[in-house]
Design a protein around this ligand. Structure first.
Ligand code: NAD
Length: 480
């Protein structure tokens, strides 16, 4: 692997004013490579480059189909280099290689989906009677500032860049300190696609330095963030002072409601996908299972069997779909999750399986199932962001909905039942931006995704997300 990775500003590779930082392989604890760290001056250069692109009209004067084709070409570049990008992603982030490959495919899918829609951003005409012609047009904001987390660095950056550029914006992307390396391929993709210099700028830097400088920069017009609630609040505050709109996709504490008539054989697959994908570091993870009391012991036993069947080890060795689980992104995140389990045990919960840091090098946590959890415990209220499932029994439908809605979050929720009337009733009552019925993660890049409550606001994915990147202009013409 390349030992030193630079930032990408105005189509040029650049060192960082804040020096270099080591990027650690969480499967071993060893330093993989060094990353250039941007300071506020680097951020300023990137924003100026993006502004120049915007103001020159080089993107917005293009026929939208041409811009859309370039966006799609970025996705094709990722697919052509899928194995190399996936290996870099696994080495810096920890996820199994097959999950990393899937992340590249999903990232490419965003470029395909939004690239396709560049030419569909149409306004409307508004009748004003004789003597006037009036129409609206959807114009890009200009410079989109995007702050990216470490859990799906490629996919999350891709969804913002794809929609942003398809709509005609230039982008400045701040990657996470923990996982900056694989994002260099997004810069290479932008070059390979022939996008004008300065359209896509990708830099890494410390959150409090480069991240804060980016969202408070007077040259940006819009901000997008995925990550923790605390940082989301800081970003919303900076955006408010900068008077730019922002989209926040924050965490979740999402619940699956499992009724007596649920298909438990199928649900085992949902447990595997829902909480052990990416070692549970998924904002829409199925971190709570609310199960009808008659099935409680059986669901605990099945969840323990799912957890026990996972082979846990370095992501690079896990190449086949469904195979095992990798480390968490860092020892700090692993220790935080293990401490939340220990606190839950002190509060009266029980680890039915797992719960401990593994006694091997790297940031490994045992796949965990927590029983005897009550809805008010911290483990049932706060995001663990690790492979920790909390199981809580319920008496009846009303209580299940009350528990599901009883956290500060509201990202996604699920209902497992053969009774469609009960499922659609729950879908109306669940306070979440997405409701899955009988399949966790049902949907795709086409389906709008985003939070209620402290899970944030605005939508990513789907047509809705594209509309985050445009503003409406009205043109009224007096014709006589
Ligand atoms: P974070 O929210 O602090 O970091 C996400 C991104 O924000 C990084 O790029 C970081 O550099 C940047 N950032 C940090 N402070 C900033 C600031 N003041 N201004 C601008 N940018 C800033 O996440 P973290 O500290 O790495 O993880 C902590 C917790 O966040 C996790 O345990 C998890 O609960 C949650 N998290 C959620 C998601 C999600 O997808 N919803 C993703 C990552 C982390």
């Amino acid at each position: 692997m390349q030992t030193y990775w630079q930032n990408f500003i105005d189509a040029d590779w650049a060192d960082g004013g804040a020096g270099r930082a080591g990027v650690v392989n969480p499967a071993t604890g060893a330093v993989l490579a060094e990353q250039a760290m941007a300071d506020a001056a680097d951020v300023d250069r990137a924003v100026q480059a993006a502004r120049r692109v915007h103001e020159s009209g080089v993107l917005t004067d293009l026929r939208p189909v041409e811009r859309g084709r370039m966006v799609q070409a970025m996705g094709r570049y990722l697919l052509e280099n899928r194995d190399e990008v996936a290996e870099t992603l696994t080495l810096e982030q920890g996820k199994p290689l097959w999950e990393a490959r899937r992340e590249i495919e999903n990232a490419a899918r965003y470029f395909e989906y939004y690239g396709n829609q560049a030419e569909t951003l149409e306004g409307r005409s508004i009748p004003l009677g004789g003597g006037y012609v009036d129409f609206t047009q959807l114009e890009p904001y200009g410079v989109s500032a995007q702050v990216i987390p470490w859990n799906f660095p490629l996919e999350i950056a891709a969804r913002s860049i794809a929609a942003g550029v398809a709509a005609g914006n230039a982008c400045v992307v701040k990657t996470s300190e923990l996982t900056p390396l694989s994002s260099a391929y997004l810069a290479r993709a932008a070059m390979a696609a022939g996008l004008p210099a300065g359209t896509v700028n990708i830099l890494c830097g410390w959150g409090h330095e480069a991240g804060a400088a980016l969202v408070s920069h007077p040259g940006i017009n819009q901000a997008v963030f995925t990550g923790s609630v605390e940082t989301g609040i800081a970003i919303a505050r900076a955006a408010a002072e900068n008077v730019v709109p922002c989209v926040l996709e924050l965490g979740g504490k999402s619940a699956a409601i499992v009724h007596e008539d649920a298909d438990l054989d199928a649900f085992e697959g949902d447990i595997r996908r829902g909480i052990y994908t990416n070692a549970g570091q998924v904002c829409s993870a199925m971190s709570r299972v609310l199960v009808h009391e008659s099935l409680h012991d059986e669901v605990i036993a099945r969840a323990c069997a799912v957890a026990g069947a996972l082979s846990v080890g370095p992501g690079v060795d896990r190449t086949e779909p469904g195979q095992g689980m990798g480390p968490m992104v860092s020892e700090a995140q692993r220790d935080r999750a293990a401490a939340m389990v220990a606190e839950a045990e002190r509060a009266g919960a029980r680890a039915a399986t797992g719960g401990r840091a593994m006694n091997i090098p790297g940031a490994f946590l045992e796949p965990t199932v927590m029983a005897d959890v009550t809805p008010d415990m911290a483990i049932a209220q706060d995001e663990v962001f690790g492979p920790v499932l909390s199981v809580i029994p319920f008496r009846d439908e009303a209580q299940a909905i009350e528990i599901a809605n009883g956290t500060r979050y509201g990202l996604v929720a699920g209902v497992f039942t053969r009774d469609l009337d009960r499922a659609t009733r729950a879908a109306r009552r669940l306070r979440a931006g997405q409701v899955f019925v009988n399949e966790w993660f049902a949907g795709g890049v086409e389906t709008p995704f985003g939070g209620y409550g402290r899970s944030g606001y605005g939508r990513e994915k789907g047509r809705e997300a594209l509309l985050n990147y445009v503003q409406t202009k009205n043109v009224a013409i007096r014709t006589r």
